[in-house]
Design a protein around this ligand. Structure first.
Ligand code: GDP
Ligand code: K
Ligand code: MG
Length: 269
């Protein structure tokens, strides 16, 4: 049995898809500690469970509610991520996608709101998006149920591979990722997200991820000093920003490059 999770920005059509893809609820309640609704359903073809996660723009939470998705990714460790992306707002949506690509587990993109993109005069080259990111992309109009069958088929096929997605964040950050990964290597439980993903989230000072990790204070202190050292090295190399801002700016530059190839806005309305 697989466990898949729907994850994406707010209002991208996750719940609409959840309702189309599942036949019965396994669980409806609240996420622990917060009043945000938690829904887990059984996929229509009985191939596994699907969890509908609260919408977020980044894994880096600003509030307890926003930390739910990050905590879930670390502690529940789903075997497949179904990233729902709004095709009409691709650049903004891809930030979370980049973070999820680093997770190290199989990922499929449901490229929703294709009707909205079209009526805005945007042509979205979904094959170019798929080849740029190295993951399957299924165009969707969730409100009309379009593409949902193909997505369900793909989710259940168990043919989706973990993406080989690797951004080069530069020497200072890459050295820190290696050093944090080494600290995590022996302490992470099986089926955890990739060490690289956790290292990057910790370098981004994601407290929800830090809280969710079952690691001792000694390892936490070592990781903290690696983060501090990365910042010093970054400054020495002439980059005046924090590590967090640096990671953000490397990602956003790459996202702009990809959008320039994927989105044809010649006839934008
Ligand atoms: P969530 O916040 O990601 O769970 O998104 P919802 O499933 O609640 O959808 C947000 C709104 O977008 C609802 O009004 C949906 O009916 C609408 N919606 C969902 N998918 C599509 C789509 O493909 N096209 C259009 N035009 N609207 C959609
Ligand atoms: K909503
Ligand atoms: Mg929803």
């Amino acid at each position: 049995m697989s466990s898949a999770a729907l994850i994406g920005n707010p209002n991208t059509g996750k719940t609409s898809l959840f309702n189309t893809l599942t036949s019965s609820y396994e669980y409806v309640g609240n996420w622990s500690g917060v009043t945000v609704e938690k829904k887990v359903g059984q996929l229509k073809n009985k191939s596994g469970a699907l969890t509908d996660l609260p919408g977020i723009y980044t894994l880096h939470p600003l509030s307890r509610d926003e930390g739910i998705a990050a905590e879930y990714l670390v502690t529940d460790s789903p075997s497949l991520l179904v990233n729902i992306v709004d095709a009409s707002q691709l650049e903004r949506n891809l930030y979370l996608t980049f973070q999820l690509l680093e997770y190290g587990k199989p990922l499929v993109i449901g490229l929703n709101m294709m009707d909205v993109a079209k009526s805005n005069g945007l042509r979205i080259h979904s094959e170019t998006l798929a080849s740029s990111l190295g993951v399957p992309v299924v165009p969707l109009v969730a409100r009309a149920g379009k593409g949902a069958e193909e997505l369900l088929h793909l989710i259940s096929s168990h043919s989706i591979q973990a993406p080989d997605f690797h951004i080069d964040y530069g020497n200072a950050v890459e050295a820190a990722i290696s050093n944090i990964s080494r600290e995590l290597n022996s302490v992470l439980p099986e089926h955890s997200p990739s060490e690289r993903f956790i290292a990057l989230q910790l370098l981004e000072r994601n407290d929800a991820v830090l809280r969710s990790l079952a690691i001792g204070d000694e390892v936490k202190a070592k990781i903290q000093s690696i983060c501090d050292l990365a910042e010093q090295r970054l400054h020495k190399s002439g980059v005046e920003t924090t590590v967090q801002e640096h990671i953000h700016s490397v990602r956003t530059k790459l996202i702009r490059d990809i959008c320039a190839r994927v989105v044809d806005a010649t006839n934008r309305k």
